[in-house]
Design a protein around this ligand. Sequence first.
Ligand SMILES: Nc1nc2c(c(=O)[nH]1)N[C@H]1C(S)=C(S)[C@@H](COP(=O)(O)OP(=O)(O)OC[C@H]3O[C@@H](n4cnc5c(=O)[nH]c(N)nc54)[C@H](O)[C@@H]3O)O[C@H]1N2
Ligand SMILES: Nc1nc2c(c(=O)[nH]1)N[C@H]1C(S)=C(S)[C@@H](COP(=O)(O)OP(=O)(O)OC[C@H]3O[C@@H](n4cnc5c(=O)[nH]c(N)nc54)[C@H](O)[C@@H]3O)O[C@H]1N2
Ligand SMILES: [Mo]
Length: 661
Amino acid sequence: MDLRATAGGVRISPRAGGLCQKGWTAAALLDSPRRLTTPLIRRDGELTPAGWDEALDLVAAELIRLRGESGPDANAVFGGGGLTNEKAYLLGKFARVALGTSQIDYNGRFCMSSAAAAGNRAFGIDRGLPFPLGDLTDADTVLLVGSNPAETMPPFLQHLRSAELIVVDPRRTATAERAARHLAPAPGTDLALALGVLHAVVADGHLDRSYVDSRTIGFDAVWRIAAGWWPERAERVTGVSAADQRWLAARLAAGNAYILTARGTEQHSTGVDTVSGWINLALALGLPGGTRSGYGCLTGQGNGQGGREHGQKADQLPGYRRIDDPAARAHVARVWDVRPEDLPGPGRSAFELLDALGTPDGPRSLLVFGSNPVVSAPHASRISDRLSALDLLVVCDLVLSETAAMADVVFPVTQWAEEDGTMTNLEGRVLLRRRAVDPPDGVRTDLDVLSGIADRLGQPAHRFPADAETVFAELREASRGGLADYSGITYERLAAGERLHWPVLDTRHPGTPRLFADRFAHPDGRARFVPVDHTGPAEPTDAGFPLHATTGRVLTQYQSGAQTRLVTELNDVAPEVFVEVHPDTAARAGLADGDLAKVTSRRGETTARVRCVATLRPDVVFLPFHFPGAGRANLLTNPALDPTSRMPEFKTCAVRIGADR
Ligand SMILES: Nc1nc2c(c(=O)[nH]1)N[C@H]1C(S)=C(S)[C@@H](COP(=O)(O)OP(=O)(O)OC[C@H]3O[C@@H](n4cnc5c(=O)[nH]c(N)nc54)[C@H](O)[C@@H]3O)O[C@H]1N2
Ligand SMILES: Nc1nc2c(c(=O)[nH]1)N[C@H]1C(S)=C(S)[C@@H](COP(=O)(O)OP(=O)(O)OC[C@H]3O[C@@H](n4cnc5c(=O)[nH]c(N)nc54)[C@H](O)[C@@H]3O)O[C@H]1N2
Ligand SMILES: [Mo]
């Protein structure tokens, strides 16, 4: 397909659910006049065009200076779940080897980290779907918890065509509209709901005793807590009726059922425990590892799965290894040809890293690859302040994002159709994308940028190759023997059309589409029930801030909007931030549909256009987070972090709403 022929002509058909990832990020943007095509250096306060050598020399010299003055942790790196596996891998190596810094994390921390941590805890491994996507076609029932795929993953809906859908979401979303039943808990109360339904499973005789006995451990401790969560009590906390909870328990116990979670239930300061609550429910029903049943987490970003496996996380080495595990350090150090003791230890998590920038103990420089935290990080005004306090901010991007606009140096990079690389999809299958079009003149790949800086930092050239397949060959070795083992995957096999789900142990191994068919990944092969209890949002509502604000996405904008806001056909559908409000709540605040409202939390305020939505809970307002400046939903959000995943509480904070005058 000639992508350029479709450029500018992205077709949007929300009703038909026809828009896919390519629609958001691709065609029109390949040709956008807003594409960056030359490096930029800030001079006298202005970003001005510069040559590649000049910009790379400047960055390397500054990194060396800062390291000399303040030590290796003076330099920090922020990556992205949209980067290819090769980029994510090389970025992690670049941080640990070329910079010697422990200070690297990425935006996936804001995305799937809670589900990842809960999956590791229960199953001993984290792969979004531990079964092939196609299995869902045979489902009788699919419970979607905090997921709105009608807007966020339209192509995915085709797999759910024959299933009865049940949606758990405070809002009556486009997905909930298609569902057989919609349960609308108050934001941040999902764990109470999961406990209430688990109580009903046991009390009404749906517990799968033989599965619990043969494939799991820890049920008794979980039941000690769930026993106290009779559905009527859960109803008082969540607003979901006890009858609906009992109905759900019975429905999930009948036939082939899947429980799938996404950001709505995960992006909380209790996100890991909440996902554990849903996994406990799935285990009690005997779903994980069944022939046609299971639990899974729906990934988000282009490479949400692979991006979390190969070392751009603060605590991680390639192959989903832990950076504090001596055996893992020894293996990866061997592949990297460095000494294990020279590898740094774990660094700060995403929000903590951003929040430490430019503080006396924090990093003095930040290199950003594939993220726009000025818009997408919680308590965004605080993050903008921290970025301003840096000695050096370097951003690699295709466009001048809000974060790039603050940078000292900007590098223009290629995007998906213009370069080779692999991505790993939500079912753990590795996909090869070949360069299909020529990049604009003046643009280089992220791998080129890393290679160029590493070279100037004195690294030998072979350590930081710019060729994607060469990087992948090294990634295979680094991942060998790890949980996410890619050692048997080659570009050749992928190009030949093989469908390879990791782990792939050698070049003849067929891959592992169903991870839990016989055993879970803990040494004893059993899944763990994890005792968790409901505590609720970090910031409850009160008289001053009586409403729960929750945030999320709309069909025609992608993420921080840096790309989609530039595509007229997409942007025109939702060109400015809005706030969904129940008509009664709006009336009480003196607001009508179409008015400009001021939404205020303890951290800041956002000005947004009122959309009255009669199906919304009166105690909830919703804002999309795709918009910049004074329209940033993240001016409101609460950076309270989950103790395990360090996920911020994007999905609930206390606000009030009033007229904007
Ligand atoms: N159009 C579009 N598609 C996208 C993206 C995009 O920006 N735009 N981003 C991609 C990425 S990176 C991701 S991570 C995925 C995210 O995909 P989703 O998780 O489907 O998206 P969200 O809109 O963040 O959240 C889903 C729902 O959670 C609900 N919710 C809020 N609070 C709660 C709660 O306490 N409990 C429950 N159960 N639900 C709650 C919201 O009302 C929302 O409808 O989408 C991907 N696809
Ligand atoms: N309030 C609120 N905030 C949220 C969320 C929410 O639900 N509510 N969701 C969170 C989630 S799930 C996510 S994933 C984050 C996403 O938010 P961000 O981390 O900001 O991610 P993007 O907007 O995708 O930013 C990607 C940037 O990288 C650029 N880019 C794209 N591809 C490449 C590439 O290959 N290389 C380089 N160098 N640059 C590239 C794009 O042009 C864009 O400027 O937002 C989080 N923030
Ligand atoms: Mo995400």
